[in-house]
Design a protein around this ligand. Structure first.
Ligand code: DLZ
Ligand code: SF4
Length: 519
């Protein structure tokens, strides 16, 4: 057992040539193991296009590693000897290659980290787990940052990341004299809002084979494969990002929170699926975006807003995930227990906003940030949907969703299930917000101006019912002082009307059939 190569398992979201587990390996002394395994497709039953993206990108990455001279042991899903799990495959590969050790970059999910830690016991070779250096903030640094604070606020963390990377800095000062230009970023859709198309990649032979495999093996999974056009290589990801820089970044800030029916990607980068599996480097992207501002092609509010998402929010939620797991997965501060409605999967609802968000999600395994947070997340918050059901849904449906990024966004940001560790207040909004930020309401069966009763927009009564229901827990939040003052000024009849209207609507919700998210 001592003379063989080192086995380097590379997971489906570790498709980066600079990966820490590969960095010190010489091809002559290394076997890279890549595994398409049933268990990873089923711990939640991912969108078909998400599985296709990961398998296709894995197969392309394996080819690139071979071109670099590495031996890649690639286990396909249909391999008759496939054991179905990372643990089974790693253990078989250690024996097959007489490996003298296993070296792996830390995984993105707690669940997988537990598996890897167990290999230390179950395998009789040394298992070395290396930090994932594709993030700006190493986890120990984040833990240290969080330990010194009563409240963890992204804004302060983000400033540290700006200083660390030097992005948008003039010496030790932020460019333009401010760290955050979001006040200029809240435009609704208007006549200037004509989002250009995102880059689409026609499936090549490898992707077509994967699409056939996924269609055959996962016919009952959520979502469609018909419009599959995701970048599946680093070169394609770079091309997609370049298209964003040239055509959408200048207006990204202005329309960051806007929604338009049928405009599935608005001015967003739509790069998160490629980014989260490792096809493009986050800091590299930010440097390219910064250049667009320095050379006068994009305004500061767009570029700062984009960079904040990447080195601020993305890094911050990852830190919070590892700091608060496994408790975060069970968090339920507001005791929300309502099961997910069936229309979250089928899109069959009269609510035009939700129907459009589910439609684009089924079609592409993507919806943009504000659809996720202020339509789906907001509905879940107001209706008191179970955080675990909602987290499962987000993990299934979005191509970019891995638990480290999905769970803090769902449990912390959208549902306040963590009791406010991540967000300073619940992001609850009535129909008026959706109306201001979108053109959905004009096409809806419900009337956004109507507060209660049969055709009233459900978000309106649900909003007040949410505040009333959670008064004990939320009334002390200074950021909710105004809405609670308004609620208390209403007479009892009016309050009862809202709560009755909400109850009548909630009664109509048909719980989702079992099996959509988990088998
Ligand atoms: C999400 C996913 C899926 C569907 N399938 C695989 C797979 O077959 N092989 C693999 O290496 N990775 C897959 N992944 C991504 C892993 O689940 C991911 O590495 C973990 O979620 C840890 O972040
Ligand atoms: Fe959504 Fe209400 Fe507007 Fe309909 S009226 S689109 S349900 S916010």
């Amino acid at each position: 057992m001592t003379k063989g190569p080192v086995l380097v398992p590379v997971l489906g979201d570790q498709l980066s040539h600079g990966l820490s587990s590969l960095a010190d390996r010489s091809p002559a002394d290394t076997v890279v193991l890549m595994m398409e395994v049933w268990d990873e497709t089923q711990y939640v039953r991912h969108h078909k296009a998400k599985i296709a993206l990961i398998f296709s990108a894995m197969r392309h990455f394996a080819e690139e590693l071979r071109e670099r001279g590495f031996t890649v042991d690639y286990i396909t899903l249909d391999d008759p000897a496939n054991s179905g799990s990372f643990t089974g495959e790693v253990s078989a590969a250690v024996a097959r290659h007489k490996a003298r050790g296993v070296q792996i970059s830390e995984p993105g999910e707690w669940r997988v980290r537990q598996m890897i830690d167990a290999w230390r016991e179950s395998l009789d070779v040394r298992v070395r787990v290396l930090p994932d250096t594709r993030f700006v903030c190493p986890l120990p640094d984040f833990f240290e940052w969080a330990a010194g604070r009563k409240q963890w606020r992204m804004e302060y963390f983000y400033r540290d990341m700006r200083r660390k990377t030097g992005l948008l800095m003039d010496g030790d000062k932020p460019v333009g004299g401010k760290w955050n230009f979001d006040a200029d970023n809240r435009g609704g859709p208007d006549a200037d809002c004509r989002p250009p198309a995102v880059a689409q990649f026609k499936p090549d032979a490898i992707t077509r084979e994967v699409l056939d495999l996924v269609a055959a093996r996962f016919p009952d999974h959520f979502g469609s494969l018909e419009d599959f056009a995701w970048p599946v290589t680093a070169a394609q990801a770079a091309q997609a990002f370049d298209r964003f820089l040239k055509t959408r970044l200048p207006l990204f800030g202005r329309y960051q929170d806007a929604m338009m029916a049928g405009a599935d990607t608005m001015y967003h980068a739509v790069i998160s699926p490629a980014l989260n599996i490792g096809l493009i480097d986050p800091v590299e992207m930010c440097r390219l975006a910064e250049t667009e501002w320095r050379e006068g092609r994009a305004p500061i509010e767009a570029v700062e807003g984009f960079i904040r998402q990447v080195i601020g929010w993305r890094e911050y939620v990852r830190g919070i995930y590892w700091l608060t797991m496994p408790d975060l997965a069970q968090a339920n501060e507001l005791d929300a227990t309502r099961p997910l409605p069936e229309f979250w999967w089928t899109g069959e609802t009269q609510m035009a906003c939700i129907a459009d968000c589910v439609r684009t999600t089924r079609k592409t395994a993507y919806a943009h940030h504000i659809q996720r947070l202020m339509v789906m997340g907001n509905f879940a918050l107001l209706a008191g949907l179970s955080p675990q059901d909602v987290a499962d849904w987000f993990l299934v449906v979005y191509a970019d969703a891995f638990e480290w990024v999905e769970l803090p966004n769902v449990a912390g940001m959208a549902l306040f299930a963590d009791g406010g560790k991540l967000a300073s207040k619940p992001y609850a909004a009535s129909g008026a917000y959706i109306d201001r930020m979108s053109n959905y309401c004009g096409q809806c069966a419900y009337d956004v101006k109507k507060k209660v009763g049969k055709n009233a927009c459900p978000f309106n009564a649900l909003y007040w019912d949410f505040l009333a229901r959670n008064e004990d827990k939320l009334a002390g939040n200074p950021r909710l002082a105004n809405p609670y003052a308004t609620w208390r000024r209403m007479n009892a009849d009016k309050q009862a009307e809202y709560c009755d209207s909400a109850a009548a609507f909630l009664q109509t919700l048909q719980p989702a059939r079992k099996g959509w998210a988990r088998g």
